[in-house]
Design a protein around this ligand. Structure first.
Ligand code: ZN
Length: 82
């Protein structure tokens, strides 16, 4: 249990926080057991960190990015989320 607040960033289209996107675990965790052993707030941080360091649509000025489903839905534009 933790009272820690989920960190930004969040998707600029659907508004979901990276911290709540479980699919991101497949990118930063070596395998599913790694993320499953972690506390929930650790997974939130790892997901947020992954977006900040590795997502090409992440905009550090606004802490916004496009999640995969939204990015596909808007036609995979080049550049960062405004
Ligand atoms: Zn989205």
């Amino acid at each position: 249990m933790s009272d820690n607040k989920r960190p930004d960033p969040r998707c600029g289209r659907c508004g979901k926080l990276a911290a709540d996107m479980a699919y991101l675990d497949t990118f930063w965790a070596e395998d599913a057991s790694v993320s499953q052993r972690m506390e929930e707030d650790e997974r939130w941080r790892e997901r947020a960190e992954y977006i900040r360091h590795s997502d090409g649509t992440y905009n550090s000025a606004t802490e916004r990015f496009w999640c995969d489903p939204c990015y596909v839905a808007i036609g995979t534009p080049a550049g960062r989320c405004p």
